[in-house]
Design a protein. Structure first.
Length: 403
């Protein structure tokens, strides 16, 4: 009798989960619709319509859609928790990682758009793209709920023990202080970006962030384990690899924006809060890299693996990088990617010259870049592996899925 009551009670929770998913889908579609209406109508209607208020409702719908999806998982699974880092299975972890990253990007860009005013955006489709980015995040998080695997108690205790790696507190505080200093420097630079000293502040912020990351990866990384290496592709366990991938990706984006800002002068940045968002992204990258050190697994840092779903050993990874093992399709793809980069570099240098055909060459560079990855996926993949398929979500091992 008691078991039947529990089943009935849990069935009620499942219905709540379905309702939350429906509300989340509605808000996600509403945000895309509102952004599209603002994007289309503000260029054709001359009436005094409060586009900022309409955009604010779109941002609100965008902000609550993904958290509602996450909350639905709490009512769908008994062991689902709102805070459960690296639990729920490989597919769930990867989908959640990409989903929340894309969601955070859409929220930050939407807030920047709202703060600077919709009327300042002159190009078609920009606001609509923000809604579509959020829609992709919603779909990934919704997909992840179906991939959730309820973990066992012994697995939970094992994961908890692995997180107890000790880091030197002094060096951690110094690293966090340096990365937080990056945020402060970029905040000040954003406030006085029309002043000459803003350029120097951006340079100092980039150097400070580089020093912080160097301290984390080189000094503290070597200190936590003798098997930790500066170059260890896809070694150290799934959680370590995922965190390192996202941390270094965010760090690279910050450095790219920093170099672009320095090259084109900080004073040319018209959007308020842009440098603040870049600083927050740099601080986030540093925290992720620090967290990855706690999850480093010595057992998966060295040696070969017998299972296809575990990390790829360094020896095999170096074999893949060796040009002698490449097929003709892989070489063609690499040539196309390098050609697209060189064309973009030439266009960026000579685009101000009157005689230089920048627009046609830019179209060629875009097409060359678009062809590179499909050639590798559609031609080289099936040639290397007989069971390779063009659509194979989360198949082929953890490393392959992450790439």
């Amino acid at each position: 009798m008691k078991l039947k009551k529990q089943e009935k009670h849990w069935h009620h929770y499942s219905q709540v989960s379905d309702i939350l998913c429906l509300i989340s889908a509605t808000t996600s579609i509403a945000s895309v619709t509102l952004f599209s209406l603002v994007d289309i109508l503000k260029h054709h209607i001359t009436l005094d319509i409060p586009w900022g208020i309409i955009t604010a409702f779109g941002v609100l719908a965008l902000t609550i859609s993904c958290p509602l999806t996450h909350l639905a998982g709490k009512f769908r699974y008994k062991t689902y928790r709102l805070w459960q880092p690296f639990e729920g299975g490989t597919r769930f972890i990867l989908l959640q990682s990409f989903g929340w990253t894309i969601y955070s990007l859409s929220v930050v860009l939407s807030l920047l758009c709202l703060v600077n005013g919709v009327h300042r955006i002159k190009s078609y489709g920009t606001i609509t793209v923000l809604g579509l980015i959020q829609l992709v995040a919603f779909l990934l998080l919704q997909w992840s709920l179906g991939c959730f695997q309820e973990s066992k108690e012994e697995l939970k205790s094992d994961l908890t023990q692995k997180r107890k790696a000790e880091l030197p507190r002094g060096e951690v505080l110094v690293s966090i202080f340096l990365s937080f200093g990056t945020v402060l420097l970029l905040c000040v630079a954003d406030l006085i970006r029309t002043h000459k000293s803003a350029q120097l502040l951006v340079i100092l912020a980039c150097l400070t962030l580089c020093l912080s990351v160097l301290l984390t990866h080189w000094k503290m990384g070597k200190g936590i384990s003798p098997s930790y290496r500066l170059w260890q592709p896809f070694a150290g366990g799934l959680r370590f690899v995922v965190l390192q991938a996202f941390g270094w990706t965010q760090f690279s984006i910050v450095m790219m924006f920093g170099l672009i800002g320095l090259h084109n002068r900080v004073a040319t940045i018209s959007a308020n809060g842009c440098l603040v968002a870049v600083g927050a992204l740099g601080f986030s990258s540093q925290l992720i890299l620090l967290l990855s050190l706690v999850t480093f697994d010595e057992n998966q840092a060295t040696g070969t693996r017998s299972s296809k779903k575990t990390m790829l050993p360094d020896e095999k990874f170096r074999g893949v990088l060796c040009a002698r093992n490449w097929t003709g399709e892989m070489i063609l793809s690499a040539i196309l990617a390098a050609s697209a980069f060189l064309l973009a570099l030439i266009i960026d240098v000579l685009r101000q010259e009157n005689w230089f055909p920048a627009a046609p060459l830019f179209s060629v560079a875009i097409m060359t870049m678009y062809l590179s990855a499909p050639i590798t996926h559609c031609l080289a993949g099936p040639q290397l592996h007989s069971n390779y398929e063009l659509w194979q979500p989360f198949e082929g091992g953890t490393v392959f899925s992450l790439q």
